[in-house]
Design a protein. Structure first.
Lengths: 624, 82
């Protein structure tokens, strides 16, 4: 018996207060599976070219994957897909929590919200019962206040004041997890929608329960025993990255003017574990528990992820961990993406330093930054300008060469001058300057494998491989950290100074042609947990080649959506500072983007303008 | 004077997060550091990537990489997350 999907997408129109249930096209489910893939398929089909993100017809799509709700480890994630008010292109933002499982158990693979309510509302879904309720009393409240006022039995997705005020990088919060990037919270706010809560008890159909159970046990054991997910992430959280990025000189410091600071250790995961950690936290059905629950001055709350430490710490010249913890919590409370918030604040601080703009912001001035976050969420004074984001501020005040964004999305905490493959990835990623669409930096600079971080060799192929893998994994709605287990545990134990290690890295650096063969092939084998899990749940054989093709298909449809919305290859670029200004006297001279981009297009099966060829579209079976 | 930033475990053994040194090369600097910890501890702690101003010494001159004023030598372990 086939399984995996609930075979139902719920449509809610806030203008007409109507509710509709539709069975998704089985072919779309086969080709796009769920999560990110289903999200972009729906966005492409439900919107007209050029539709404004705040047009009331713009859909806000919540989607989960076929493994979500089955208790498969790291599968409890949801994707929010819409058009980004920050970039004008695709926004899909991902979060953990319990919302995804509850959406599926309520009987839905996806929820599509359109229209605009005349006054604040929230949507409550209890399986077949769908209600649009008054949220006037919740309007203006922070995300934790809002969640506290909603039924605790339900999975939640809420916005804070920033979403209400259409801050272009407003996020959606689900318990302590955040769908942060691209301004999905602003689109939700534009619909006068404060929250979605969902609950249900329906069974998720699993086609082969025995095979699934064996897979779940094996995968849980692997995650618990692997150094990346069984030791580093549980012990230190994502903040484990602070010291290695500082050592590699790639943690953005004072708006990417430097790549580390001698005080970096004060913000490390090790220090957080020693002085602030109360307990480990995690998403539903995940054995890794990489989240942090900390106590600062007697007050308990969420500990910051690495990205927050990078952008709200180093990038603002703040090296007091207690302050960074509080600033990170403040971003979550008002509902802004801490990456874009930190990027925008860093940019404005440099504008101020150069006398190009007047503001009270200055490196390390915690009070000024705290007030700026609050003002941004309220769109008050300077905050109204900050709420527009880095790209629009640069259009107004200048400083394009040090406005650190791609397609309008602020860059995360890896300076690509010290990981040039990541630089290529930033330049071409479909949602703009994002690190987690491929996380190439993990194979160059931060993980147990380091393919020459400053060489463009094999990087186009590596980036495509990573992007396709990520698009496939995100369509299953599995956490991308699951992919870190692909690298054998022994690589964590190998001495990086040994000849064996150095030889291996040299071989990988020359592996571009081999990777091209891998990318062009469709391996009919089942090796990793992704294809095995999916086969057990769906009840049909899924191979490694199918997973790679799924990722490639999703990635290409996203590109086609962006092209339809006006993207040109001129936007596949990086800020001048990252291309031309050396970061270190030993190298890190700038990302050689022009050496990588043509090869990237070619291997992708795109023409010289970065447009997927008809042959590529046909091969992947994409309906346009 | 060069600056040495050990990884957290080595910093705990050394009792300080930052060390300044007059060493002329990376090799000399690491010899200084090694002399301050037990051979067993050094064996474990030295299995880490050594970077000078962000660049692995493998792409420079290895242990013979010269050090000048304000050069930074970091010793790091791989991490996880994103």
């Amino acid at each position: 018996m086939p399984g995996g999907h609930m075979n139902c997408v719920l449509y809610v129109d806030l203008t007409t207060r109507s509710v509709e249930r539709k069975t998704p096209d089985p072919e779309d489910l086969r080709l796009y599976v769920g999560g990110r893939g289903l999200g972009i398929r729906l966005l492409y089909d439900l919107t007209e070219p050029g539709m404004d993100p705040y047009d009331e017809r713009m859909p806000l799509i919540f989607s989960a994957g076929p493994l979500t709700g089955t208790n498969a480890p790291q599968s409890n994630r949801f994707v929010v897909t819409t058009k980004s008010p920050l970039t004008g292109f695709l926004a899909d933002s991902h979060s953990g929590g319990s919302f995804a499982t509850k959406l599926r158990k309520a009987g839905y693979d996806a929820l599509v919200i359109r229209g605009r309510a005349p006054s604040p509302v929230y949507i409550q879904i209890d399986e077949d019962r769908v209600e649009i309720k008054d949220a006037s009393a919740l309007w203006g409240k922070t995300t934790s206040e809002t969640q506290a006022a909603l039924p605790k039995t339900h999975g939640m997705a809420v916005i804070g004041p920033a979403g209400e005020n259409k801050v272009r990088f407003a996020c959606i919060v689900s318990q302590k997890r955040v769908a942060g990037r691209g301004g999905v919270g602003a689109v939700m706010g534009s619909k006068n929608l404060k929250a979605v809560v969902v609950n249900g008890k329906k069974e998720i159909p699993v086609a082969d329960p025995e095979a699934y159970k064996a897979m779940r046990q094996a995968q849980t054991k692997l995650l618990q025993s692997h150094p990346a997910t069984g030791r580093i992430l549980p012990d230190l959280g994502t903040a484990s990255l602070v010291l290695v990025t500082a050592g590699r000189n790639i943690i953005p410091t004072r708006n990417y003017q430097a790549g580390q600071d001698l005080r970096s250790h004060l913000l490390s995961g090790e220090r957080m574990a020693e002085e602030f950690l109360e307990k480990k936290d995690g998403c539903m059905a995940c054995p890794v528990r990489c989240g942090r629950h900390v106590k600062v001055n007697g007050v308990e709350g969420k500990g910051p992820e690495f990205e927050t430490i990078g952008l709200m710490g180093h990038n603002l010249g703040i090296f007091d961990l207690a302050s960074v913890i509080e600033l990170g919590q403040l971003c979550d409370e008002v509902g802004v993406d801490s990456i874009s918030m930190g990027g925008t604040l860093g940019f404005v601080t440099e504008l101020t330093e150069r006398n190009m703009m007047e503001s009270p912001l200055a490196w390390g001035n915690v009070e000024a930054y705290r007030k700026a976050v609050l003002d941004t969420a309220a769109r008050r004074g300077l905050g109204d300008s900050l709420a527009e984001g880095t790209r629009r501020l640069a259009d107004r005040y200048g400083g394009q060469e040090f406005a650190i964004h791609v397609k309008g999305l602020d860059l995360p905490a890896y300076d690509p001058r010290g990981c040039v493959g990541q630089g290529l990835e930033y330049a071409v990623n479909n949602r703009g300057g994002c690190h987690i669409r491929g996380a190439t930096m993990y194979l160059e600079a931060t993980g147990p494998v380091s393919v020459d971080p400053e060489s463009p060799k094999a990087k186009p192929e590596l980036v495509i491989f990573q992007q396709n893998t990520n698009a496939g994994v995100s369509s299953l709605c599995m956490c991308y950290f699951s992919a870190y287990v692909v690298i054998p545990a022994i690589m964590h134990e190998l001495d990086p100074n040994s000849l064996v290690y150095r030889g291996l890295m040299g071989v990988i650096k020359q592996a571009g042609p081999l990777l091209r063969v891998v990318l062009a092939g469709k391996a009919p084998i089942q090796v990793l947990w992704y294809e095995n899990f999916l086969s057990a749940v769906l009840g049909r054989k899924v191979t490694m080649g199918d997973m790679a093709e799924l990722g490639e298909r999703v990635y290409n449809l996203e590109r086609l959506y962006n092209l339809r919305e006006g993207l040109t290859s001129a936007e596949d670029k990086l800020p001048d500072r990252l291309l031309h200004t050396p970061l270190s006297k030993n190298g890190q001279r700038g990302v050689p983007l022009d050496q990588m981009l043509p090869a990237y297009y070619k291997v992708r099966g795109w023409d010289s303008r970065g447009i997927p060829t008809k042959k590529t579209i046909t091969r992947l079976g994409i309906r346009v | 004077m060069a600056i040495f930033k050990p990884h957290a475990k080595l910093a705990a053994l050394l009792g300080e997060p930052t060390i300044r040194s007059e060493a002329a090369t990376v090799g000399e600097l690491l010899d200084e550091v090694q002399s301050r910890v037990s051979p067993e501890d050094w064996k474990r702690a030295s299995k880490a990537t050594i970077l000078v101003n962000g660049r692995s010494v493998h792409y420079l001159k290895g242990m013979r990489t010269p050090l000048g004023a304000d050069d930074q030598v970091w010793m790091v372990y791989p991490a996880s997350g994103g």
